[in-house]
Design a protein around this ligand. Structure first.
Ligand SMILES: N[C@@H](CCC(=O)N[C@@H](CS)C(=O)NCC(=O)O)C(=O)O
Length: 207
């Protein structure tokens, strides 16, 4: 099997952290595409993933799986230990709830800021400062909420590390700390950050 990725992309990095936590990162063959040169938009690649996004998993039988969380789900099922997406129905639902809250909330806000301000994206998307500004304000509101949630919890989904923590790590990798002053304003998120960024998988993927 083979994974197509973009060196520097937060979504591929999240997958790397997930695979590292599973202990299977070194079993993978990675193919790096140059997004700046538009390699992910060429017909050959779009025949694999018509959205052109990365990461993409290609199985040995040619099956293509795009979307980072779908790829994580595949590996969770074939390598259940350690569990990163919950075991019981309740655990799975709670992990998914937290992963969606972070991905559709904070991660999305930071992505809006980065895609609308970073020169890397100037030929890839139509950049709008007003979208970035909405992203900054929404990110601060998300942090306000998340900081209160983390008062009495070590990890996002409870007392077990999960994919939701990896998604928040990816939001930091994407630039969360440059959009919101986490250190100064959000001590519970800062505590989470300082502990989680000591993990080998985080150092490897997001360091
Ligand atoms: N929802 C997708 C998003 C993937 C995504 O946006 N990947 C970025 C890299 S971090 C990408 O491929 N950007 C290149 C482009 O959209 O042209 C996922 O979770 O995998």
């Amino acid at each position: 099997m083979r994974i197509y990725e973009f060196d520097g992309g937060a979504n591929p990095k999240r997958l790397r952290a997930f695979l590292s936590e599973k202990g299977i990162l070194d079993n993978m063959e990675f193919v790096r595409l140059d997004v700046a040169k538009g390699e992910n938009r060429q017909p050959d690649f779009k025949r694999k993933n018509s959205k052109g996004t990365l990461p993409v998993l290609e199985l040995d039988d040619g099956t293509i799986i795009a979307e980072g969380v779908a790829i994580c789900r595949y590996f969770e099922l074939i390598h259940p230990d350690p569990s990163l997406m919950g075991r019981s129905a309740t655990e799975q639902a709670i992990v998914e709830m937290w992963n969606r809250r972070i991905e559709l909330g904070l991660f999305r806000c930071i992505e809006d800021v980065v895609r609308n301000t970073n020169s890397f994206f100037k030929d890839i998307v139509i950049q709008r400062e007003e979208v970035a500004e909405v992203g900054r304000k929404a990110a601060a509101q998300e942090c306000e909420w998340l900081d209160a949630e983390l008062i009495d919890r070590r990890y996002l989904a409870g007392d077990r590390f999960s994919i939701a923590d990896i998604t928040l790590g990816a939001a930091f990798y994407l630039g969360l700390a440059s959009v919101v002053d986490v250190e100064a304003g959000y001590k519970n998120i800062a505590r989470w950050h300082d502990e989680l960024f000591e993990r080998e998988s985080f150092k490897l993927a997001f360091g």
